[in-house]
Design a protein around this ligand. Structure first.
Ligand code: C5P
Length: 293
């Protein structure tokens, strides 16, 4: 169904809200402001949610949501797409509005960006629709107000992320980009705040993102245990991924519940996906690869 405000419009613009994956996520301390200081290597999948938009003249922001995970996600002012659009509009003093369709392909509250990637893609989409240039630093400030992961999602390239998510550095790791990747979610939504609240306050050491080998051997996701305490099925997902043939790395992303596995070959990826779909037909499975710059 075309968006009511987009029918017959040839110049709708599309942005993909690429799924975010934390290859490693080290929690170093709890800050005085209640957020946690992290060291994390963020990568992005080549696929994600889809945003399509058209500028409107009346200033209204009009959102409709469809797609496999669209049901149950409100399109009201709390939706991160709406919040991002309003934030950019008021920052710019922009008179125009937008009609936006969000096709929700990624599970909600699942540790792979979801809402954060949608917010970041909204900023990119509207900057194009309204034909405005915004300084990267100003965009980063707007993005951080929308959520800790939103600044990294604006560029959606491999980055070393520190602080609560505000310090970003482009970071290439040889052999990482382009790797086949499987995302698996067992169908439970997990609250980020409750998982962070369960962290045991043990600093297990810094992140070494110098090589893929170091990321695999000494990288961790320090939120795995608190997430498993909230949703024990995450341990089953990790075990299933670790059992697959040809797996390079299996780990949870973000605060869960989505876990990822990296493979050396497309064949190994396809076989692992088939195996998991066969043994756990209710789980969400996405075959993708780590996106390059
Ligand atoms: O920034 P965002 O709104 O995505 O964070 C959601 C919640 O996750 C925060 O309210 C906080 O409880 C927790 N969080 C944290 N440390 C971070 C990021 C998020 O404690 N670095």
């Amino acid at each position: 169904m075309p968006h009511p405000n987009m029918e017959g419009v040839a110049d709708a613009i599309v942005e993909i809200a690429y799924a975010k994956v934390n290859v490693a996520l080290h929690v170093r301390s709890r800050r005085d402001d209640g957020y946690h200081a992290l060291e994390s290597l963020f990568v992005f999948a080549g696929d994600g949610d889809r945003l399509e938009g058209q500028a409107t003249q009346d200033g209204a922001i009009d959102l409709i949501i469809d797609g496999p995970f669209g049901a149950g996600l409100g399109a009201g002012p709390d939706n991160l797409v709406m919040r991002a659009a309003r934030a950019l509009q008021s920052y710019l003093g922009q008179q125009r509005g937008a009609a936006i369709r969000l096709t929700k392909n990624l599970p909600v509250a699942s540790g792979i960006g979801g809402g954060s990637a949608d917010a970041a893609a909204t900023l990119r989409l509207l900057a194009r629709l309204w034909d405005v240039r915004i300084e990267a630093e100003e965009l980063a400030g707007l993005a951080l107000d929308l959520g800790s992961d939103v600044p990294a999602c604006v560029a959606s390239v491999t980055q070393l992320v520190t602080g609560r998510g505000e310090h970003l550095a482009r970071h290439a790791v040889e052999g990482l980009e382009g790797l086949p990747m499987l995302l698996v979610n067992p169908g439970v939504g997990v609250s980020t705040a409750s998982v962070f609240a369960g962290w045991d306050r043990q600093d297990r050491g810094p992140l070494d993102a110098g090589s893929l080998d170091a990321l695999v051997r000494i990288g961790r996701n320090d939120l795995e245990n608190p997430a498993i305490a909230v949703a024990p099925v995450i341990a089953d997902v990790l075990a299933a991924l670790e059992r697959t043939q040809g797996v390079v790395l299996a780990r949870m992303s973000g605060s869960g519940a989505t876990c990822f596995a990296l493979f050396e070959t497309d064949d190994a990826l396809a076989q692992a996906a088939d195996a998991i779909r066969w043994t756990h037909p209710a789980w969400w499975v996405m075959e993708t690869r780590i996106k390059g710059a």
